[in-house]
Design a binder for this molecule. Structure first.
Ligand code: NI
Length: 152
């Protein structure tokens, strides 16, 4: 099994604001990130896939296919948008980088299952600033699956 990670970039604006909370609580919780008109980030997203090397091609996945999946599903959807206003899945859900990282993973996961042979999505790493990045590897295994792993 080998892993491949490829890096992409997009720019988007967001405002961290929870509709269920009052203005004071939002300001306390999110600080400057709650400013009414939002602010932008140049996000760097790293997509990792994992699987066996194809015997015929010597590759894990065709990079052109990986690029097409990420461009169609992620870059075209999010680049130069305001996440709160332009992206339906963030209506009523705070577009923190944590939530955006999970959203990107969920959008990509099924595409790899269908289109990419044996390569599977392993991880999404989303960099918001030089200091912050978030990683998501999919949902935690259920307690039953965890128990099965321990027995092995
Ligand atoms: Ni921000």
């Amino acid at each position: 099994m080998v892993s491949l990670t490829r890096r992409y970039r997009f720019s988007a604006a967001h405002r961290l604001h929870n509709e269920a909370l009052g203005p004071g609580e939002n300001a306390r919780l999110y600080g400057k990130c709650n400013n009414p008109h939002g602010h932008g980030h140049n996000y760097i997203v790293e997509v990792s896939v994992r699987g066996p090397i194809d015997a015929a091609t010597g590759m894990l996945i065709d990079l052109g296919l990986l690029d097409r999946i990420v461009e169609q599903e992620i870059l075209e959807r999010f680049d130069h948008t305001h996440l709160n206003l332009d992206v339906p899945s963030f209506k009523g859900r705070v577009p923190t980088t944590e939530n955006l990282c999970v959203e990107i993973f969920d959008l990509l996961r099924d595409k790899f299952d269908v289109k990419s042979g044996s390569a599977r999505l392993e991880k999404v790493r989303l960099e918001e600033t030089n200091s912050n990045f978030f990683e998501y590897l999919g949902p935690s295994p259920s307690p039953a699956e965890g128990a099965a792993c321990e027995k092995r």
